[in-house]
Design a protein around this ligand. Sequence first.
Ligand code: HEM
Length: 464
Amino acid sequence: RRPKNFPPGPFTLPVLGNLLHLDNPLENLEKLRKSYGNVFSLFIGPRPTVVINGLKAMKEAIVVKAADFSGRPQDLLVNVVSQRKGVVLADYGPSWREHRRFALMTLRNFGLGKKSMEDRIHDELQYTIKILENSIGSTLSPRVMFHNTASNIICQVLFGKRYEYDDDVIKTIIWSFNELAKMANGLWALVYDSFPLCRNLPLPFRRAFKIYGSCQDIAMRLIDEHKKSRVPNEPRDFLDCYLDELDKRGDDGSSFSEERLSNYILDLRFAGTDTTSNTLLTGFLYLIHHPHVQERCQQEIDRVLQGKDRVSYEDRNDMPYVQAVTHEMQRVANTAPLSVFHSTTKDTELMGYSIPKGTMIIQNLTSVLKEEGQWKFPHEFNPENFLNEQGDFVKPEAFMPFSAGPRMCLGEGLARMELFLITVTLLRKFRFLWPEDAGEPDYTPIFGATLSPKPYNMKVQLRS
Ligand code: HEM
């Protein structure tokens, strides 16, 4: 039963609630939005859930009433498996806040350290360039390449280390997180989430605990290695910074601990890899099929960089067109279409509806990134969405791929730097083409933990 003045929604089935509506989530949520408006409700099994659509309702919830809407559901399989620690799934409260603040400050300070964030990105790009150079004259599937680039950049930031793709550590982490993502979207997670009495039974969801445990063992080994080789107060990476912070805090009862660090680095590695790599993968698919956009970027890049040996993040201010393109790549990639689920922290209201404490909240970011009235060309790939009449770069309010408010993506700065530096470096050196025998491109995305394009191949040419 819907509580009094709860947002409207479709008829619910016993036990299943509205699960059948989530079969093809993005399409079905759009249909429901058309029937019930920008704020509607669903039952995921027995769990009441409110779906928020469109810029106006989204802002009211996550910006204006930020504190009311910034919780995370705490009793889903994924939370229990990750022990409600880390940062992505941690509930709104002092320990989440402390950890979030620490990560933001640490990531920002990397720009000032011996090896800046830009250096780390450029170092990794040398490997990407080598792969592309070796592929000239043949075709290449860019999925593994972009995934490896994004994974190694975040690993360099977190552990000061890069991994070859066949390294056992990274293979285990990738495999484990893929399995966990599949399980989180599958039937057994639903049984776990909906029927608490089943939780202690030896059912297949117990495998998730084992898989997460093996990742945590790897994280603990990395922490031990760092403890042996570190010089206090001379941090090489994020992990060293956290260990310095632990020294500083001592046993003051704060929420910082080695165990929490292991959850934390797994969270950051996970949140910072598929998101960036799938954005690049989709972005390059569109660039390949819009050669005039690729060429215009190359002209701007050549003009601004001239004899410079590499692009710096500062250069973006002189490249309005490239900026518009990287933002448009993100808008169409729509990599985290339903954000990360939120939860209400107290009884509250949204657009006149009453929403009780503990209600699960789904932010339909797709509905904002493609909202008619907010964009010049909501349904096509067109960098003009980010350019004004004078050709200056402008960012509309509805550009929300990182969400907004206090839970907004913590890696936004790093992700934006990566997208700009990688796109410019690769477009400066190469031309990307569609293989003649590849048929028509299929832009239909695959829905998973993040949205990704279907696998595709590309051809690479060296620019003279
Ligand atoms: C194009 C790349 C990326 C996109 C589109 C993206 C998108 C998002 C979105 C939509 C959220 C949920 C915000 C909310 O709940 O309201 C999020 C959260 C988060 N992201 Fe990202 N992200 C990207 C890259 C990264 C990177 C590189 C990192 C690593 C440093 C990262 C770390 C995080 C963390 C830690 C959170 C949880 C924040 C919290 O709960 O306080 N993300 N991201």
